[in-house]
Design a protein around this ligand. Structure first.
Ligand SMILES: Nc1ncnc2c1ncn2[C@@H]1O[C@H](COP(=O)(O)OP(=O)(O)O)[C@@H](O)[C@H]1O
Ligand SMILES: Cc1cn([C@H]2C[C@H](O)[C@@H](COP(=O)(O)OP(=O)(O)O)O2)c(=O)[nH]c1=O
Length: 203
């Protein structure tokens, strides 16, 4: 059985972490070998890079290079081996987040990101990307009650509006890969939308 690579995307507070574990449980119950991972991170090296990116001030090129360095290690050590053995890889964020946050959010050069994407991934893209589409104002309300904000979560609503539009641009450019989920709905409705996206791909 060939592997399958599914990524979860959306602005902070869109509801990704709430549902990714339930997707893993559903696929494991169906007998699939599931690798649940995240970016930046997923390996000891990539997790160290994550801590720097989330908490240390740096310019957009530095940030992009560290994120792609983490991604390279994650691909080599975790994602590619899992796909080779036929596992389903569930990744909480991947390269669409780089185009959305560093590209659309911070205004970094998309051509440089596209070159890094090509060098680092050599064509490896998710088979399915679930994009939790949510207005920044709603996300901010949800996060206000949640955790201590990191460098990105401290950004104003306008930043997250640009980030979400960055996701929309990526979805338009690769419509076959993306399923947009209306993340403003109640949890159960979001879950039903996720299930129908999985069923449409035989999962
Ligand atoms: N559909 C929903 N309606 C209302 N609140 C939600 C919904 N989905 C998630 N939440 C809440 O919003 C907050 C952010 O959810 P989370 O899954 O951590 O988002 P993300 O991982 O995308 O940053 C959490 O407190 C979570 O309980
Ligand atoms: C993968 C990736 C994440 N990010 C940002 C988005 C998030 O704010 C942050 C990762 O945090 P996040 O995925 O939201 O984890 P947590 O739920 O622990 O906050 O990193 C980028 O800016 N670029 C990227 O390429």
């Amino acid at each position: 059985m060939s592997g399958l690579f599914i990524s979860f995307e959306g602005i902070d507070g869109a509801g990704k972490s709430t549902h990714v574990q339930a997707v893993a449980d559903r696929l494991r119950a169906a007998g699939r070998d599931v690798v649940l991972t995240r970016e930046p991170g997923g390996t000891p090296l990539a997790e160290r890079l994550r801590e720097m990116v989330l908490h240390e001030p740096m310019d957009a090129l530095t940030e992009s290079l560290l994120i792609f360095a983490a991604r390279r290690d994650h691909l080599q050590q975790v994602i590619e081996p899992a796909l080779r053995r036929g596992a389903v890889v569930l990744c909480d964020r991947y390269t669409d987040a780089t185009f959305a946050y560093q590209g659309a959010g911070r205004g970094f050069d998309l051509a440089v990101l596209a070159q890094l994407e090509q060098w680092v991934q050599q064509g490896r893209q998710p088979d399915l990307t679930l994009w939790f589409d949510l207005a920044p104002e709603v996300a901010a309300q949800r996060l206000a009650r949640a955790r201590v904000p990191d460098r990105f979560e401290q950004q104003p609503a306008e930043f997250f509006r640009r980030v979400n539009e960055g996701y929309r641009a990526r979805a338009r450019a690769d419509a076959a890969r993306f399923v947009a989920i209306d993340a403003s709905a109640e949890r159960d409705a979001v879950w039903r939308a996720i299930e129908s996206a999985l069923q449409a791909r035989g999962l």
